[in-house]
Design a protein around this ligand. Structure first.
Ligand code: AMP
Ligand code: GLY
Length: 427
């Protein structure tokens, strides 16, 4: 059968590359894909918009697509699964109702509290005065979140009352996030270390992927503005065996059971963003209704099973007893971004050094395009270079050695991806 992957970033490159390794996959179409994907065996870009469900479904029907996998959240929240279901097409993705776990922060907070799943205390607001008074009563630091999807820009960790008030006004009055900010969630600030816990579920059975950790801040030492994620590694050393079991029992299982009990069975990739607090509580920061980006890149590098096979099994409700195996090595993925990202940046610069070989490394494309036979930058996050190594420091070294040969005007990357895992190696 043929596979269709929806999206065009580094995550989709990793998912498509992994699907292409399946003996079941003849061709892997990616809509719209990127030049790195087009260079993979079996992979073909198709110029379709991820929001145009009619054309995507038509394409799937006429091209013998037996499985569609959706990368980004927007088409999920808009209901691509429901649309494909109505046309009798196999789409491994949560329904529109289930995707609210990412699409609506207030839905998720209410859900977590109702099902006794640990998360930061919160309140929702529509009126500026009420929100400002609440922040005054709670003190700072405090976290202000636009309710809907805001492409990773709807969260402000406010260190002062002024910063909080600006965020509240920006979201509720100035409509800085469009409809996403009609309602805001104000949340208790949680200190601690974050980790990403991604599973695959058929609505009942849960199959965890290897753990990972993202680096959301732009600058070294986890400082600077929040980004979509500038690097990730797997496994996340902070998730010990005991914590792994605790995450499953106190967070993932009650979430999957709760969604089913509430009438929105969750089928798809489920990403729990976790905070491990200084007193060793584990709480939900957020859910995403999709694979993480850049977490997918290091996780897919380590995954040894057939991704197509397990997605099809999940759609049939047959995940019982399935366990995945992962390469025992550590994978470190470093995102190379356009200078200026996450604020304004220029694109169109030729990328040099992509063809060099690097032992145990792979380059996933994100914001690239092809012009006159050359690969040029076309987005904020441009590449994710992943290296495998026996330890986090070895993997990190491989990755940075590979990056040393890649250049374009203004390329930016953090030089400390994996620092928490490396610090743990040295104790
Ligand atoms: P989100 O988009 O909800 O993942 O938030 C983006 C980032 O903001 C998270 O990865 C955290 O680093 C931070 N964040 C969100 N909520 C909280 C919270 N309640 N306490 C501390 N940090 C938070
Ligand atoms: N890496 C964070 C995300 O995918 O949302």
């Amino acid at each position: 059968m043929n596979i269709l992957v929806v999206g065009s970033g580094g995550r989709e490159h990793a998912l498509a590359w992994k699907c292409a390794q399946s003996p079941m996959a003849e061709k892997v179409y990616v809509a719209p894909g990127n030049p790195g994907i087009a260079a993979e065996k079996k992979c073909v870009n198709v110029d379709l918009n991820p929001h145009d469900f009619d054309l995507l479904a038509e394409f799937a029907k006429t091209n013998n697509v037996g499985l569609t996998i959706v990368g980004p959240e927007a088409p999920l929240v808009e209901g691509i699964r429901d649309f494909f279901d109505a046309k009798g097409l196999s789409c491994f993705a949560p329904s529109r109702a289930a995707s609210q776990l990412e699409g609506s922060k207030s839905f998720t907070k209410d859900f977590l509290v109702r099902h006794g799943i640990p998360t930061a205390a919160y309140k929702t607001f529509r009126k500026v005065d009420d929100a400002v008074a609440y922040v005054q009563s709670q003190g700072v630091p405090i976290v202000i979140k636009a309710n809907g999807l805001a492409a990773g820009k709807g969260v402000v960790v406010a260190q002062s009352q002024k910063e909080a008030n600006d965020a509240i006004r920006g979201m509720l009055i100035e409509d800085r996030f469009g409809i996403a900010g009609n309602e805001i969630v104000i949340e208790e600030f949680m200190a601690g270390e974050e980790a990403s816990f991604i599973v695959l579920t058929d609505g009942r059975n849960i199959v965890p992927f290897a753990t990972s950790q993202d680096h959301k801040a732009r600058d070294e030492g986890d400082t600077g503005p929040n980004t979509g994620g500038l690097g990730a590694y797997s496994p996340a050393a902070v998730i010990t065996e005991e914590r792994y079991q605790r995450v499953l029992e106190t967070i993932i299982e009650p979430t999957v059971q709760g969604m089913a009990a509430d009438g929105h069975p969750y089928i798809g990739f489920l990403y729990a963003g976790l905070m491990i607090t200084p007193d060793d509580e584990i709480k939900v920061v957020e859910f995403n209704c999709r694979f993480g980006d850049p977490e997918a890149q290091p996780i897919m590098m380590r995954m040894q099973d057939d991704l197509v096979d397990i997605c099809l099994k999940a759609l049939e409700g047959k995940l019982e007893g399935v366990e995945l195996s992962f390469d025992g090595r550590v994978a470190v993925g470093v995102v190379m971004a356009s200078g200026g990202y996450p604020a304004d940046y220029e694109t169109g610069f030729e990328i040099k050094g992509l063809a060099e070989k690097g032992l145990g490394t792979k380059i996933f494309h994100a914001g690239t395009s092809e012009e006159n036979g050359k690969i040029v930058t076309s987005g904020g996050r441009v590449l994710c270079v992943v290296g495998l190594g026996s330890t986090a420091s070895v993997a990190q070294q491989q990755t940075y050695d590979r990056i040393a040969n890649i250049e374009w005007k203004g390329a930016y990357f953090r030089r400390d991806i994996g620092h928490r895992a490396i610090a743990r190696e040295n104790v």
